[in-house]
Design a protein around this ligand. Sequence first.
Ligand SMILES: O=C(O)c1cc(=O)[nH]c(=O)n1[C@@H]1O[C@H](COP(=O)(O)O)[C@@H](O)[C@H]1O
Length: 237
Amino acid sequence: MDQPFIVALDFSSKEEVQSFLQLFSDTSLFVKVGMELYFQEGPTIIDELKQRGHYIFLDLKLHDIPNTVKRTMKGLAKLGVDLVNVHASGGSAMMRAALEGLEEGTPNGMKRPRCIAVTQLTSTSEQMLVHELLVDRTMKDTVLHYASLAHDSGLDGVVCSAQEVPLLRARFGPTFITVTPGIRFANEAKGDQVRVVTPNEAKQLGTTYIVVGRSITKAHDPHEAYERLKREWDGEQ
Ligand SMILES: O=C(O)c1cc(=O)[nH]c(=O)n1[C@@H]1O[C@H](COP(=O)(O)O)[C@@H](O)[C@H]1O
């Protein structure tokens, strides 16, 4: 987890994952396994990725009653992943239960996976907050509120847009993890994302990790796109 780039393996089979990762055979990546891949391939995909030496963010965004989340996290902790997540809108009791489950389930001698909470999805706009979710506050207020709940529940950090990171840094300091998807190269199509920033903007805004999916996985040359990401993060062109 010593690198700021998380590559979203949004594929539906292990064969697709294998052919993608062959392009990076010399590199240990920080990868994200989300619902699409995990629901198709199950825990064996985690073992395979671990054997190849990759760090793993298992992004299942749990959101359920506290008891169910606790028991699920207890099981997930045994997989030996590095990072897991929940939706902050599940509430404080659910987030504390997630941590309890992780602590109970982590085998002796292994590190507990870090646990972060999704504040507002990067596909959510200010208009959606008001008209669909009936949240009568600004995006920044809402993200800060959910981040406070996550912080006070003992979680290690949050998922948000890099646009909200300066606010969270000011409140929670440098060690609170911010994982920020919604990353696009300049002039690239946003697709379904709304609160989008470029790799270099994300760095300037002080995020801990950026999550990048289609800009790399759907690129004509994914390896070159990953190299471009690193260059742009560093402010090179
Ligand atoms: O938890 C996440 O990873 C996540 C939260 C969020 O608010 N927005 C978001 O896009 N993501 C994930 O980040 C990845 C972004 O993919 P791209 O838009 O293709 O870069 C996807 O795997 C999403 O599931």
